[in-house]
Design a protein around this ligand. Structure first.
Ligand SMILES: Cc1cc2nc3c(=O)[nH]c(=O)nc-3n(C[C@H](O)[C@H](O)[C@H](O)COP(=O)(O)OP(=O)(O)OC[C@H]3O[C@@H](n4cnc5c(N)ncnc54)[C@H](O)[C@@H]3O)c2cc1C
Length: 470
């Protein structure tokens, strides 16, 4: 590949301008990485992997010229947003070209409750602009300030807002996607509504996302609440019931067991040692009622503050979803995590995990809307059976074997695990439509150049010594 790379660099400079091509130094190093280092397994597998070149196109035409040049040179191409993914999704396994979407970041329109944006637009910017017009994002990751729309849809799943609106793949959230193919004459392919599912959460293997239409929600003014109790079960019962209250407008329902709150240093003055805590984002006009309801159940409101509009820190969401793991790793580098979805018998599942792995797992729970509700297009959580208890429990890492044992045990007792210790997309989540994704990839990526090695079941990988089994 080395010989092909030199002439490719010349073509790339012609395509996007020399100032937007990086083939060495700190920029190349930094833009070859994401947050894969959360996982001791991925650290072993991915440390040292890097791109040969980074390009930063500023328009569809520049991107087209760059993709066509990669196709001619038969060099891998890996799209990149803000690089906040956790599974090495945008780390190139075989070198080649990283396409940084940072310059394709325009908000094209926010009319009629739909955000039409270029894929490199930051969610934080979209949220701030949408709020000015009376709208807000339906769901966003806790990295929303920095991460991009394309990166969220290709690498993420859900987060803040998912208690009401579900995740990225809930029907209706994505209105359309426009994907660029990687071939001699790159084309634009538009996917609408349910069609878009075949390009969601595919790690940049099924085309380069260039434009997105995402439906918005009417804006709500939120209060940020921290509720506290020394009694984990009492707080769990209350929080679970609160998550199912269809009449309370919510954007976040999170619960942590002690000592997780002790990792949140900036919040130390609000947190009582030994207490479990629940973090809520609720409609400000309902906050007094929520606090009174908690108080009647013997649960104290440890802190409350309005969420500023336009958005401005402090954000309690900075401690939730996978930010929790970040705070924990900062305090104790031996901590890692799993991503889980519990059943209706979640209380028994917690007990079984505690019994089998005593002192090794700390519970961090996140409540989300189940897909059944979204299928009916009703965004209000009014059916108790349709809210799902999930979360990102922390794990004290002992060995890769012990981690695999924990994951196998969880699956045995019916806990769904989206394994964050693998870079294969099939092993990191649910892909009931993987056959559609493979078929779409073969249509848009005839040279099998897009992020090769990440779709484990794709039968062609020109860069692997052995091809993956279908
Ligand atoms: C502290 C922390 C908290 C997090 N919390 C959450 C959370 O709450 N919810 C959640 O879902 N995730 C979470 N994540 C993961 C990640 O931050 C999000 O998924 C985020 O939206 C990724 O966006 P990005 O722009 O950084 O994407 P990147 O990391 O740059 O890319 C992600 C994947 O998408 C591909 N990609 C990027 N842009 C394009 C494009 N235009 N076309 C095709 N493919 C593309 C990349 O190749 C890569 O495979 C968290 C991560 C961290 C480190």
């Amino acid at each position: 590949m080395a010989d092909r790379l030199e002439s490719l660099k010349t073509d790339l400079r012609a395509a996007v301008g020399a100032a937007n091509v990086f083939d060495g130094g700190e920029t190349l190093e930094a833009l070859s990485k994401d947050f894969y280092w959360y996982s001791p397994v991925l650290r072993r597998q991915l440390d040292g992997k890097r791109a040969d070149v980074v390009v930063r196109p500023g328009s569809i035409d520049e991107l087209k010229a760059a993709a066509a040049a990669c196709y001619r040179a038969k060099v891998p191409l890996v799209p990149r947003g803000a690089g906040t993914g956790n599974y090495g999704q945008c780390v190139p396994l075989y070198g080649g070209v990283v396409v940084d979407m940072a310059r394709m970041d325009r908000i094209l329109s926010l009319d009629g409750g739909v955000a039409r944006v270029q894929a490199g637009a930051r969610l934080g910017t979209i949220e701030a602009e949408a709020r000015k017009l009376g709208w807000e994002l339906r769901c966003m990751p806790s990295t929303w300030v920095k991460s991009t729309m394309g990166g969220f849809l290709c690498g993420g799943s859900g987060g803040i807002g998912s208690i009401t609106w579900g995740g990225i793949n809930a029907p209706g959230n994505v209105k359309s996607l426009t994907m660029m193919t990687c071939e001699g004459e790159p084309r634009l392919v538009r996917l609408e509504e349910a069609q878009s599912l075949k390009a969601l959460h595919t790690y940049g293997t099924t085309g380069i996302m260039v434009e997105v239409e995402m439906r918005l929600a009417p804006k709500v003014d939120y209060e940020q609440l921290i509720l506290s109790s020394p009694d984990w079960d009492r707080l769990l019962d209350w929080t679970d019931a609160a998550s199912r209250r269809g009449d309370w407008r919510k954007r976040l329902v999170t619960q942590f067991e002690w000592p997780i709150p002790s990792y949140f240093k900036p919040l130390a003055r609000y947190l009582r040692p030994g207490d479990a805590v629940t973090f809520l984002l609720v409609d400000r006009s309902q906050a007094d009622e929520v606090v009174a309801n908690a108080s009647a159940a013997g649960i104290e409101c440890a802190h409350r503050m309005p969420l500023a509009d336009p958005p401005r820190p402090p954000f309690i969401s900075d401690y939730t979803w996978n930010h929790t793991t970040l705070w924990a790793i900062k305090m104790d580098p031996s901590i890692t995590y799993v991503q889980s979805g519990f059943g209706r018998n979640f209380r028994e599942q917690f007990a079984e995990i505690r019994r089998r792995f005593p002192g090794e797992v700390l519970f961090h729970l996140e409540w989300t809307a189940g897909n059944a509700k979204m299928m009916r297009g009703n965004a209000v959580a009014n059916n108790p059976d349709e809210v799902v208890v999930g979360g990102i429990p922390l794990v004290f890492f002992r060995s890769e074997e012990r981690l695999a044992e924990l994951i196998a045990f969880c699956e045995e007792i019916g806990v769904f695990i989206a394994n964050p210790h693998t870079f294969f997309l099939e092993d990191g989540g649910r892909h009931p439509n993987i056959a559609d994704k493979r078929a779409f990839k073969s249509e848009v990526d005839p040279g099998s150049l897009l992020n090769p090695g990440k779709m484990r079941t794709y039968p062609v990988n020109p860069f692997a010594a052995e091809h993956a089994a279908p």
